[in-house]
Ligand binder design. Structure first.
Ligand code: FAD
Length: 339
């Protein structure tokens, strides 16, 4: 169970006039059979809330060395990896048996293991603008879409907005549209007031969208061009004896399937399992080496599992900004059943 998690029970797709084009979710599926509550469901949870709860499992925030920027590392000089960090402007050194790069889409660890030029950032020519709106700022606006358990999206074949409960007190929206990468970078650099104005300009659509956009505090609006990278294969890691990747460092993907953080967490679980299996005796893994004892199996599983999500997320960047999004089919928007 997750504190502050919200379970949505209804998902709706509208056209810009607010006509319902498709609907699915627990509320629909359970009509007439209220006892059939599914055991598994999606949970919406604010990033910082999830992060805090994971940190508690670690034993508290003091278990993490904050403010350390990894600058470089060397896994060839000895049987330990030598790491160099920048801490408050000063270089600091550390040693480790294994480096796990969880350092995101612009990963320094990936740069060192694989090289940025091998799989550079790949633009999807798409822009995402995000906002969080406290329900208290909506005055006496009434909408059944704001019942705290409904996710809805509205689209016109180019622009698309997706709204979901952020927590019990706020909604989060994600506007996305096709935009050339240079233009998207320029818009992003203009800052939150310009991003909010762009969202309002693009979406004079059905209620409660304009009201929510107008009420969203500009400081809670942000926006980014969308990127991913070409898929990695196990061979990309072959020369890395004591370093690997998890999360966006390994498989950055567009946000349109909501899978990036989910895959990152599954990566961590998978790697932890392989370490438990492969390192039961220090003699064994020191003799075999971590690559053979742990990393090959982990990376093969991680790359295969996440590849489907990377490809599905890239396809979603296309079809969610096309007429496909408005197809009157009562199920999640996807390209193939595997997505
Ligand atoms: C708009 C948007 C919506 C999304 N929605 C969803 C969703 O609904 N569901 C979902 O599952 N995913 C979603 N994602 C994807 C998700 O945010 C990412 O996949 C996830 O955050 C990846 O986690 P990560 O730990 O690999 O990388 P990050 O979250 O990027 O974390 C990397 C960390 O490494 C640190 N770092 C970077 N470089 C260094 C360095 N040199 N030294 C030390 N530290 C460093 C950074 O400061 C950061 O803290 C969304 C993404 C976006 C952009």
């Amino acid at each position: 169970e997750l504190e502050d998690g919200v379970v949505s029970t209804r998902h709706m797709v509208h056209n810009t006039e607010g006509k319902v084009v498709a609907e699915w979710g627990m509320r629909r599926w359970l009509e007439g059979q209220p006892s059939a509550i599914p055991k598994r469901s999606n949970i919406h949870i604010a990033r910082q809330s999830l992060r805090f709860q994971m940190m508690e499992q670690l034993g508290g925030t003091e278990e993490v060395h904050w403010g350390h920027q990894l600058v470089s590392f060397d896994q060839t000089r000895s049987d330990k990896v030598q790491l160099t960090f920048l801490v408050n402007g000063e270089q600091k050194y550390a040693e480790a048996d294994l480096v796990v790069g969880a350092d995101g889409i612009r990963s320094v660890v990936r740069q060192s293991i694989i090289g940025d030029e091998v799989t550079p950032l790949r633009s999807l020519n798409c822009m995402v603008v995000l906002g969080i709106c406290p329900l208290s700022l909506l005055g006496d606006l009434e909408s059944e879409l704001l019942d705290g358990a409904t996710v809805f999206q509205t689209a016109n074949g180019n622009d698309r907005i997706y709204m979901m409960p952020f927590n019990a007190e706020s909604v989060m929206w994600q506007l996305s549209f096709r935009m050339d990468d240079d233009e998207a970078k320029a818009l992003s650099e203009q800052g939150s007031d310009a991003l909010k104005a762009e969202a309002i300009r693009r979406l004079p659509w059905h209620s409660p969208i304009p009201e929510i956009l107008a009420a969203t505090p500009a400081e809670l609006v942000s926006g980014y061009p969308v990127y991913d990278r070409e898929l990695l294969t196990p061979e990309h890691f072959a020369n890395s004896s004591k370093a690997t990747l998890i999360g966006d460092g390994a498989h950055p993907m567009t946000p349109f399937k909501g899978q990036g953080a989910n895959q990152a967490i599954l990566d961590a679980l998978s790697l932890a399992r392989e370490i438990t299996n492969g390192c039961w005796s220090e003699d064994v893994w020191r003799n075999k080496g971590l690559r053979e004892a742990v990393l090959n199996t982990y990376e093969t599983e991680m790359l295969e599992r996440s590849a489907v999500k990377v490809e599905g997320s890239a396809a979603a960047a296309e079809f969610l900004h096309s007429d496909v999004v408005l197809e009157p089919i009562d199920q999640p928007r996807r390209m193939s059943p595997k997505d």
